[in-house]
Design a protein. Structure first.
Length: 302
């Protein structure tokens, strides 16, 4: 999730804030659904079906916007869609071997990674709070993965793939920010969903995936998540007109927490060090979005 909004003041528990909390709970619950679905489906096929469904639903309201699409719109939507396909494809692939709770906490690493990518590509060095978030997130990742305990084996394959997905998700956030304000929102959203679906299906070839049997688990999960993705995206765009970026990010930081709660209800159990690591990552997400403000000294009397 990304947080782009106008810097406007909003009540502590306004209707947009409550709605964002609800969709964050909803989004956290999707990790468990994906975890079960990819046990019987290829990761990229499932992601392609998921975002294809989301694009189909959104096209019922926004198809006319494609008539005025320019080359820049397609380049913007295509590049964002490529990042989505890689990010969600790798994240989904990782969930074949790690729990939904682990996946949710590791995925949250994309927030402190964004300042590092900004530094690398746009020469904007991270601030003090961003560096604090990066350090905390890395420490949390070590605890969550148990590397300090089994340093000889390092990260598991599922953890490595999921960690790689956070780079693509962070790139998606940067691309959205780069193209923001230059394209029509609904048009860009529809194009990026279409391209994310197309790229995901294309990635089935190098991944060696075959089209699975369309069981109710695969079809129902993909269509349900597609509907959820379309609703969540539109709701975020509406709610963040009045919710500040910092407050929205703090709300979204609860996403892996809700995923962990849902996973625990379903029987997933993370060891205590892993839970501590997940808490550190959530704290890193919040801290990395805070800004250090220097107090202005009062002017001296003349």
């Amino acid at each position: 999730m990304s947080s782009v909004a106008n810097n406007t003041t909003d009540p502590l528990f306004s209707r947009p804030v409550l709605i964002l909390i609800f969709i964050t709970m909803l989004w956290g619950g999707t990790f468990l659904i994906v975890h079960h679905a990819v046990q019987v489906s290829g990761a990229f096929f499932f992601v392609g079906l998921r975002f294809g469904t989301a694009a189909l639903i959104l096209s019922l309201f926004s198809l006319k916007t494609l008539r005025g699409a320019s080359l820049r719109d397609w380049i913007a939507g295509g590049s964002i869609g490529l990042a989505i396909a890689i990010g969600y494809g790798l994240q989904t692939l990782g969930m074949k071997t790690i729990s939904s709770s682990q996946s949710a906490f590791i995925t949250a690493m994309y927030v402190p990674l964004v300042p590092l990518l900004q530094w690398l590509f746009f020469r904007r060095p991270p601030g003090i709070m961003s560096w604090c978030g990066i350090v905390l997130a890395f420490a949390g990742l070590l605890l969550l993965s148990g590397v300090s305990v089994r340093s000889a084996s390092g990260f598991s394959a599922g953890e490595m793939v999921t960690l790689a997905s956070t780079l693509a998700i962070a790139a998606e956030i940067l691309l959205i920010g780069y193209f923001a304000g230059t394209t029509e929102t609904r048009r860009l959203t529809l194009i990026q969903l279409l391209m994310a679906s197309l790229f995901s299906f294309l990635f089935m070839l190098p991944a060696g995936e075959a089209v699975p049997d369309m069981t109710m688990t695969v079809l129902g999960s993909a269509c349900g998540l597609g509907l959820a993705s379309a609703v969540i995206q539109l709701t975020m765009n509406w709610a963040q007109r009045s919710v500040s970026p910092t407050k929205a990010t703090i709300i979204y930081a609860g996403e892996p927490v809700w995923a962990g709660i849902v996973g625990r209800i379903a029987g997933e159990r993370l060891p205590l060090p892993a839970l501590a690591g997940g808490c550190l990552i959530v704290c890193a997400v919040v801290i990395s979005e805070l800004r250090w403000k220097k107090k202005k000294l009062p002017a001296a009397d003349v």
